[in-house]
Design a protein around this ligand. Structure first.
Ligand code: URA
Length: 436
């Protein structure tokens, strides 16, 4: 490193402002190992405690982006717009959204993550599709993007490698919840995709990274400001994560829900959030004049079966079994499916996404350790929603499990996460706020 690492760390410890050159030097040290683990941990803690200015966060984001390959898709003559979610329970939006906006004329070069804690990840959901490949070479990724309008891949070691080491260190050093670190981690990877614009779905609520609306708004504003400073168009929505999105929680069961949505039978909340984010993407790409006009285009493409056609084409190009579109029975199925009966009559008083997300992890549908294998077949399918009237014994949900013992344990946890009461509660708005 050009600078003495300890001096730069001490500068941030004392709440000084690091220059772009100093930040680039630190990130160089992250990648080539000349910044040691203890030094990286100390630097991250100093950033976590003292924050960063917008200029520092932008410099950090660009240095992390440039730590690896930055894609260009000059052969694709369409607006290249992506969406990114900060993560939720039941959030299968990307699987439906990408073919939807691709059908409308955008190109979506989507590099997605795996599940994190109780939140699911697009890559794990796609892994439930027999044969589907997300470990694409960059050349194949670009060919798929060109041929069907969207491509979905897991992050390769070539994309923003600095983030891998930084994220792993944050995870074990109590420095995950830092707005500049979250902003740079998300945007470095997205900017490396070679996009013209990004729509951020910042989740807020009990099962989100940001539980409070104030913190989620700060993150949303940071993402928009840094993305714009880095040269792309940005839009962002704060969306509800006080309750799960849709009815299916788990990998194969969520893909099944997406197949239903492609046939026009999707849950209303999933459709509402997906259409709204899609309309924002069309607006950013210059393919719609207003959110309403964008939503109308997407609704028509869905109803006409065009979105389903694009989804099927992508399956073919990425090695998935295209017969899945006609036969959801090809998805992995759990051997044990048990109902979770309501203990009494009344109204569903809560659908706790944090608890339910944890049940999916306990069933094997998510990871406790980064190296854990994920069971694609297990999960929960909700049969009721917040405020629904239920009779005693009526199924609140169904647990899909590998064994009868796992199903029984999960059913008890689901019952606790979905209490029945006397008052009829209503869910708040799904889209809570839009970035200005
Ligand atoms: N997702 C990321 O990629 N990074 C973060 O820091 C948080 C969410």
């Amino acid at each position: 490193m050009k600078h003495h690492p300890a001096r730069l760390i001490a500068k941030k410890r004392d709440a000084g402002e690091l220059s772009g050159d100093e930040i680039a030097d630190l990130i160089g040290g992250v990648v080539d190992g000349s910044l040691g683990d203890a030094q990286l941990g100390a630097l991250l803690m100093a950033v976590c405690c003292n924050g960063m200015t917008a200029a520092e966060t932008t410099a950090l984001t660009l240095a992390m982006r440039d730590s690896g390959r930055v894609l260009r898709h000059d052969h694709v003559h369409k607006p290249k717009i992506d969406k990114h979610s900060t993560g939720g329970v039941g959030d299968k939006v990307s699987l439906l959204l990408a073919p939807m906006v691709a059908a409308a004329g955008l190109a979506v070069p989507m590099i997605s993550g795996r599940g994190l804690g109780h939140t699911g990840g697009t890559i794990d959901k796609l892994a439930a599709i027999p044969g589907y490949r997300t470990d694409l070479s960059i050349e194949r990724f670009q060919r798929v993007l060109d041929q069907c309008g969207y491509a979905m891949a897991a992050p390769s070691a070539e994309i923003a490698p600095a983030d891998r080491r930084m994220y792993a260190t944050r995870d074990i050093s109590g420095t995950v919840e830092s707005i500049p670190l979250i902003t740079s981690s998300i945007l470095a990877k997205k900017l490396a995709e070679g996009i013209d614009g990004l729509v951020m779905d910042v989740k807020v609520g009990r099962a989100a990274f940001m539980v409070q609306e104030h913190d989620a708004t700060t993150l949303m504003e940071s993402l928009c400001a840094v993305g714009r400073a880095a040269g792309i168009r940005m839009a962002a929505l704060l969306t509800d994560m006080d309750h799960p999105l849709g009815q299916a929680l788990g990998n194969a069961v969520e893909v099944r829900e997406v197949l239903d949505a492609l046939e026009g039978r999707g849950p209303a909340d999933l459709l509402e959030v997906t259409l709204r984010l899609g309309a924002e993407m069309l607006l950013l790409g210059g393919l719609a004049a207003s959110v309403d006009a964008g939503q109308a285009v997407l609704e028509r493409l869905l109803a006409d079966g065009v979105v389903r056609h694009v989804f099927r084409h992508n399956l073919e190009l990425q090695g998935g079994d295209p017969r899945l579109c006609d036969d959801a029975g090809l998805l992995p199925r759990a051997p044990v499916v048990v109902p979770v009966p309501a203990a009494r009559a009344g109204y569903v008083d809560d659908v706790d996404p944090l608890a339910l997300g944890q049940v999916v992890v306990d069933l094997g549908g998510g990871r406790r350790q980064p190296t854990d294998a994920v069971d694609p077949a297990v999960g929960i399918v909700l049969a009721t929603a917040l405020g629904d009237a239920v009779a005693s014994g009526q199924p609140l949900a169904f647990v899909h499990a590998r064994t009868a013992a796992a199903a029984a344990a999960a059913a008890a946890q689901v019952a606790a996460a979905m209490p029945v009461g006397d008052e009829r509660r209503r869910r708040g708005p799904l889209v809570r706020r839009r970035a200005d």
